[in-house]
Design a protein around this ligand. Structure first.
Ligand code: ADP
Ligand code: ADP
Length: 227
């Protein structure tokens, strides 16, 4: 079953002579539970694609379907709920809120939904992410690897169907990088959660089931590595 479907997606930024075509007629689908790596040169449109899949950047034209429903035909309020519940975004530089501690950062998307925190899931995640004893630490009291684990916790807190990670290991050494990838792979396997990672690291790309290559806003290669 395809959980994500993208049809004729185009994104242009700016206008006139400043216009940049970041995505140019991109069409593909992603199976539920798949682990997909997106690779390609800098400036090729990878982040733009991920942001559009995550509901944080609107396409210029084309459609995104999540679980069969048209993401960008929803009003802004529904789109905000989509961002908090259906997808979990992870960034290279963590994007944690500096004045909030570990637990506050992790539970922010739940609280913004005015819902109760699932305490069992919070405990479980703190354990899986080796953050026990760090609950009250602020981001600047944590290592890079720990900060990225907090951002994974935030992404997983709402049990999203799809996790979108934009170079999640781009700022980490190789040991910490592989730890982060193992955590994402475990969630992918355990919950049949769909995982899409942008990476420049060939070792990471080769752990995916499928590698999509993007150049100049177009898909130039799409390989299934394993099933
Ligand atoms: P990648 O993630 O592959 O490095 P991006 O998706 O970030 O590529 O960028 C694709 C193209 O779109 C680049 O030419 C970039 O400069 C341009 N771009 C990205 N975001 C913006 C923006 N907010 N405003 C203008 N141009 C942008
Ligand atoms: P479904 O029956 O559609 O899988 P679930 O409510 O079981 O519905 O889960 C929705 C999605 O959330 C799943 O596809 C899975 O990827 C993910 N998920 C479920 N439980 C968790 C959890 N505890 N932590 C992280 N992700 C989860």
């Amino acid at each position: 079953m395809e959980i994500l479907k993208v049809e004729n997606l185009t994104k242009t930024y700016g206008d006139g002579i400043n216009q940049v075509k970041a995505l140019d007629d991109v069409t593909f689908g992603i199976e539920k539970g798949d682990f997909v790596a997106i690779i390609g040169p800098s400036g090729s449109g990878k982040s733009t694609l991920l942001h559009i899949l995550g509901g944080v950047d609107k396409p210029t034209s084309g459609k995104v379907f999540m679980d069969g429903s048209d993401v960008y035909s929803q009003d802004d309020e529904k789109l905000a709920i989509f961002r908090r519940r259906q997808v979990g975004l992870i960034y290279q530089f963590y994007n944690l809120i500096p004045v909030l501690n570990v637990v506050e950062n992790m539970t922010l998307p739940v609280l913004m939904d005015a819902r109760d925190v699932n305490e069992d899931r919070l405990r479980e995640l703190l354990g899986t992410l080796s953050l026990h004893g760090r609950e009250n630490h602020l981001p600047n009291q944590l290592s890079g690897g720990q900060q990225q684990r907090v951002s994974i916790g935030r992404a997983l807190m709402n049990a999203p169907a799809v996790v979108l990670a934009d170079e999640p290991t781009g700022n980490l050494d190789s040991k910490n990088s592989q730890d982060i990838i193992e955590l994402l792979k475990e969630s992918n396997r355990k919950y049949n959660q769909t995982l899409i990672i942008i990476t420049h690291d060939e070792n990471i790309a080769l752990q995916a089931n499928r590698i999509i290559s993007i150049e100049d806003g177009r898909i130039t290669k799409d390989e299934v590595i394993r099933r």
